[in-house]
Design a protein around this ligand. Sequence first.
Ligand SMILES: Cc1cc2nc3c(=O)[nH]c(=O)nc-3n(C[C@H](O)[C@H](O)[C@H](O)COP(=O)(O)OP(=O)(O)OC[C@H]3O[C@@H](n4cnc5c(N)ncnc54)[C@H](O)[C@@H]3O)c2cc1C
Length: 86
Amino acid sequence: MKVLVVGGGIAGPTLAYWLKRSGHEPTLIERSPALREGGYPVDFWGSGFEVADRMGILPRLMDEGYRVREVREVSASGRRIAHMDP
Ligand SMILES: Cc1cc2nc3c(=O)[nH]c(=O)nc-3n(C[C@H](O)[C@H](O)[C@H](O)COP(=O)(O)OP(=O)(O)OC[C@H]3O[C@@H](n4cnc5c(N)ncnc54)[C@H](O)[C@@H]3O)c2cc1C
């Protein structure tokens, strides 16, 4: 079946991948003219982790990702005020 998938965020390409794997013909469209190049850290856990594993992209994500050891709030002078172990 031909399927139009709207949106190239995390959900759209994932859906298109699985549709294609199950024999459909997805077309993915995105209104933004280009990829965001600035980068932004995202937490990655739970079912998203499981889906990425099933897609075989987990090793690449682990390679590219950061391991956050601590999240800190600091004062203007740089002194640690509060922290969290992620
Ligand atoms: C500040 C912030 C921080 C976040 N941090 C995290 C985090 O650390 N970890 C985490 O798991 N989640 C995080 N989230 C939530 C996460 O970003 C969203 O849950 C996720 O991006 C949703 O993915 P999506 O593909 O459904 O939607 P989106 O990422 O919003 O993608 C939708 C896409 O569809 C496109 N689109 C929309 N309408 C049309 C149209 N009519 N035609 C064509 N294209 C269209 C948009 O341009 C967009 O690219 C954060 C969200 C925010 C705002």
